[in-house]
Design a protein around this ligand. Structure first.
Ligand code: V47
Length: 435
C-alpha cells in the first residue's frame, strides 16, 4: 500500500476565533490532535457557533486527506424489497403480493453484473430486505454468479441485519457469534469482498424500541462487523439520524463506534508506535502522529484485521414512511452532524457524504466541512427517493468530478478499499499495481 505524504493543507491560523468561548478547549484539543470527550461532542451540538465546528472538521479532514476527495464508479443492486420487518422509518419494504413488491432472479443479477463490468464499475453495492422465503443458496449463488461473469468487481454486500437473517436461514452455528463467523466464511468463499454500513441506525435502546424494534440491536450489529473484521473484511458504518433520536444519542452512537474501532486497531497502532496506545487510537492529529492519509488495506503494514473505513451519516428522509409526519433534519443540522462525526470519530479514516441522500449540491458543502468521499455513480437506488427521484438515480463521473472541483478539491477515483484507481474509459487498474 502506498502512503501519500504531504503537508497538512490547513494551518492552525485558519481556525477563526470562536464566537462561543466555550469552544476554546475543543479548538486546543483538535489542534493538538487529542481525543474529544462526550461532553465536547454535546457542546459541538449545543453551540450556535456552527462556523467553528465546521472549520475544525475541515482542518481535520485536510490533515488526513489534503486536497483529495474520493469517488468511485459503482452500481447499487437492491435485490428485493420484500422484508419480514416493517421499520417505521423505512419506505422501501413491501410484503409479498403488495403492489411494487419485487425480487431479482439470479439471471437478472448476472445481467446487472455484466452491464456494470462493461461500464467499467469497480464495485457492486448489494442490499435488500429480509426476504422470508429466499433460501441461503440464493445469496451464495448471487455472489458466485457475479464472480464468474465479472471477477474484477468488488462485491460489497449485505448489511449486518441481513447477515443475521442469513445466519438464521442457513442454520449455521449453534453459538451466536460462531454462527456469524461461519455464515460470513461461506459468503467470503462465494465472493463477498466487504460489508456496507447500513442498518446501524442509532445505537440506543430507546430509539431502537420506538422506530425499529424488530431489527437487531446495536450489540448484534457490532458483533457482525467485529466478526467481519476478524476475518479480514473491511466494512463501513452509518448513522441514520433526525427522526425520533436526540442529539445526545447520536454522540452515544459515535462513542460506541469509536470504542469498537479502538479495539480493532490497537494491535496495529502498537506495532506502528502510534499515540499513547494501548488506549485511544487517534488518526486525526498532526502529521507524524498518524499514518498520513489512511490506514493500509487489511493484511498490510502490521494490520492483520479489517476495520471500519468510513462513517456515512444518513439524514432521515420521511417521505412515504410511517414517520412521514416528521420534518426530517435541516440542511444546517446535516452539516453540523457531518462535521461532528469527523471530529468525534477520530479513528475512522473516512467520512462519506452520500450524495443520493444529501443531494449533490449539499454534498459539495459537506466536502468543505469534514467529508472526503462522495460515493459513486450508483445508477439504481430504491431505498430513498429524495426530492421525488425515481429509482434511476445516476450521476456521471463528469458530474461528480465537477462537483468536487467546484468545492475546491481534487477528485480521485478509488476502489472499495480506498486504493487509487487508474482508468482509461471502462478499463481500469489499481494505481499501486505497477509500483
Ligand atoms: O440501511 C432506510 C437507511 C440505509 C431511510 O456502506 C434511510 O458505503 C434515510 O447504508 N431515510 C442504506 N435513510 C444506505 C446505506 C449506504 C449508503 C451508501 C453507502 C454505504 C456504504 C451505505 O439507508 C439503510 C438504512 O439505514 N435508510 N430508510 C430513510 N427513510
Amino acid at each position: 500500500m502506498t502512503m501519500l505524504h504531504r503537508e497538512p493543507a490547513v494551518r492552525s491560523d485558519r481556525i477563526p476565533t470562536p464566537t462561543d468561548q466555550r469552544l476554546a478547549g475543543i479548538v486546543d484539543r483538535v489542534l493538538e490532535g487529542t481525543r474529544l470527550s462526550r461532553e465536547d461532542g454535546l457542546l459541538l451540538y449545543d453551540t450556535e457557533d456552527v462556523h467553528t465546528v465546521c472549520a475544525l472538521a475541515d482542518l481535520v479532514r485536510r490533515r488526513m486527506h489534503g486536497d483529495i476527495t474520493w469517488f468511485n464508479i459503482n452500481r447499487h443492486i437492491n435485490y428485493s424489497n420484500i422484508c419480514a420487518l416493517s421499520c417505521s422509518f423505512c419506505a422501501f419494504h413491501r410484503k409479498r403480493g403488495d403492489e411494487g413488491a419485487y425480487e431479482y432472479s439470479i439471471d437478472q443479477i448476472r445481467e446487472e453484473a455484466i452491464k456494470a463490468s462493461e461500464a467499467g464499475a469497480t464495485e457492486l453495492h448489494i442490499v435488500g430486505g429480509l426476504h422470508p422465503w429466499l433460501p441461503f443458496d440464493y445469496y451464495t449463488s448471487m455472489l458466485q454468479t457475479i464472480n464468474e461473469v465479472a471477477p474484477k468487481l468488488h462485491i460489497k454486500a449485505f448489511t449486518a441485519v441481513e447477515i443475521v437473517h442469513l445466519q438464521k436461514i442457513s442454520k449455521r452455528g449453534r453459538l451466536k457469534y460462531q454462527g456469524t463467523v461461519e455464515v460470513l466464511k461461506d459468503l467470503i468463499d462465494a465472493g463477498l469482498g466487504s460489508l456496507p454500513g447500513g442498518g446501524a441506525e442509532v445505537f440506543d435502546d430507546r430509539v431502537h424500541n420506538e422506530v425499529f424494534k424488530t431489527k437487531i440491536r446495536s450489540d448484534e450489529w457490532l458483533d457482525v462487523h467485529k466478526a467481519a473484521h476478524e476475518l479480514g473484511l473491511n466494512s463501513n458504518t452509518t448513522m441514520l439520524y433526525g427522526h425520533v433520536d436526540q442529539r445526545a444519542e447520536r454522540i452515544t452512537h459515535m462513542e460506541i463506534l469509536r470504542k469498537q474501532q479502538d479495539h480493532t486497531l490497537r494491535d496495529w497502532a502498537v506495532a506502528q508506535g502510534i499515540n499513547d496506545v494501548p488506549g485511544d487510537v487517534v488518526l486525526t492529529g498532526d502529521a507524524g502522529k498518524y499514518p498520513m492519509n489512511r490506514l493500509p488495506a487489511p493484511g498490510h503494514d502490521g494490520l492483520d484485521t479489517g476495520y471500519f473505513q468510513t462513517i456515512i451519516p444518513l439524514p432521515f428522509f420521511p417521505d412515504k414512511s410511517v414517520l412521514e409526519h416528521l420534518p426530517g433534519p435541516s440542511g444546517l443540522e446535516n452539516l453540523r452532524t457531518l462535521a461532528i462525526s469527523r471530529l468525534m470519530l477520530d479513528n475512522m479514516p473516512h467520512v462519506k457524504a452520500f450524495w443520493i441522500m444529501q443531494t449533490l449540491d449539499m454534498a459539495q458543502f459537506m466536502l468543505q466541512n469534514g467529508a472526503d468521499d462522495i460515493d459513486g455513480t450508483v445508477v439504481w437506488y430504491d431505498i430513498t427517493h429524495v426530492e421525488g427521484a425515481s429509482t434511476h438515480q445516476e450521476t456521471t463521473v463528469g458530474d461528480l468530478q465537477r462537483a468536487i472541483r467546484e468545492a475546491g478539491f481534487i477528485p480521485k477515483e478509488r476502489d472499495t478499499l480506498y486504493r487509487e484507481v487508474e482508468r482509461t474509459g471502462s478499463e481500469w487498474k489499481l494505481a499501486s499495481a505497477e509500483k
